[in-house]
Write a protein that binds this ligand. Structure first.
Ligand code: ZN
Length: 368
């Protein structure tokens, strides 16, 4: 499966040229590229084939097609969900494979490949991220042609963050994992095109590297919850530094980068912790008490009855009851119009975060 739809694009391109000259010859001044019947299904299927070699048989795929159909996402946003899906993660673990699949998805045509940064051309990601390669991909002639062929509006790329700071947002956060239940939560987030933040502890991060890598790949954020669930406010600065650095080591092994946010265990921090942290401290304002009730319905109620725009919700992905609750909470909040976002996403456009700063919620700026 070297070039799943490149040849199609070429033949369609010729067809468009022929019809264009024919129409011009007839002196018809209608736009040549008029009514292409929107075909989100074909668009999504072709992209999935190019990225993962198959179209997964899950509700996620139907949800992407529906969202394209009703205009709630653009072609670029749909492409982002497909490229940064679990199928994309499992099919393209090596950088070279990822670059190859993006070149294939762009159709490998000359016009597209001419715009390739050299390192991508050489099949290496030096100095670039996968997001950078995606940005190149959606700028290519091949991608634009794919959108055109299927009557899909490509939309704007922006910075790859598709959240709207003015629309309601919630930050679901999970501490103390990963665990055997984390994949269940990731599946559900992905099905609804939503994100969350996972504050991992070192002693679990070493055993669940794949879950951390997968979460990071599909757009979730990985936070540092210390190596051994230490009360950082009891430690001296060297102790604080070591607790954070050891957990970061496992996060870097899984994702290639350190944690972008920190959650101090027990919510315990002092000025020394703030000084040593080197990243924002994320606390919470909605405590589901899932660790104490271990009850699915109570976890659901403790979110659905209180959560409002800008809240940071505390949970733990080491309990089956919490993962079960997410199967209700994620679809219901999605249906209510909430964007479920990472800490970095909720902070952006709502005042941002600073290293050593402590954050409990992110209201819209005019409400602060
Ligand atoms: Zn904890």
């Amino acid at each position: 499966m070297k070039n799943p739809f490149g040849s199609n694009i070429v033949s369609r391109g010729i067809a468009v040229l022929l019809s264009a000259s024919f129409v011009c010859g007839m002196l018809v001044h209608e736009p040549v590229i008029a009514e292409t019947t929107p075909d989100p299904s074909g668009f999504v299927d072709e992209l999935y084939m190019a990225i993962a070699g198959e179209v997964p048989d899950t509700p996620k795929v139907t949800n992407i097609k529906t969202a394209l159909e009703d205009g709630s996402i653009t072609g670029i946003e749909a492409a982002h969900r497909i490229v940064f899906s679990s199928e994309g993660f499992y099919a393209n673990r090596d950088d070279a494979d990822f670059i190859d699949s993006m070149k294939n998805a762009a159709g490998n045509d000359i016009a597209s490949l001419m715009g390739l940064p050299t390192f991508i051309f050489l099949g290496e990601l030096r100095y670039l991220t996968r997001e950078d390669v995606f940005e190149w991909f959606v700028s290519t002639h091949g991608f634009q042609q794919l959108c055109f062929d299927h009557g899909i509006e490509a939309g704007e790329y922006g910075d790859g963050n598709f959240t709207d700071p003015d629309a309601p947002m919630l930050a679901l956060t999970f501490d103390d994992g990963p665990s055997q239940y984390t994949d269940m939560i990731l599946d559900c987030l992905e099905e609804y095109g939503q994100h969350a933040t996972f504050f991992v502890v070192g002693y679990n991060a070493c055993d669940y590297q794949e879950q951390i890598a997968r979460a990071d790949y599909i757009g979730c954020e990985i936070g540092n919850h210390t190596n051994g669930h230490a009360n950082l406010s009891d430690l001296d600065s060297i102790g604080i530094f070591q607790e954070l650095r050891r957990a970061d080591k496992y996060i870097i092994m899984a994702t290639g980068h350190p944690a972008t946010v920190i959650r101090p265990p027990y919510g315990a921090y002092n000025d020394q912790v703030r000084m040593v942290a080197g990243a924002p401290l994320v606390l919470w304002n909605v405590d589901t008490e899932d660790w104490s009730t271990r009850d699915t319905q109570s976890t659901i109620d403790n979110i659905m009855n209180v959560a409002v725009d800008g809240d940071i919700i505390l949970m733990h992905d080491i309990y089956e009851s919490t993962a079960e609750a997410m199967l209700t909470v994620i679809p219901e909040l999605t249906n209510q119009g909430y964007q479920l976002v990472t800490m970095s996403e909720i902070a952006e456009g709502r005042g941002g975060m600073e290293p050593g700063g402590a954050y409990f919620r992110f209201r819209q700026l005019d409400e602060i």
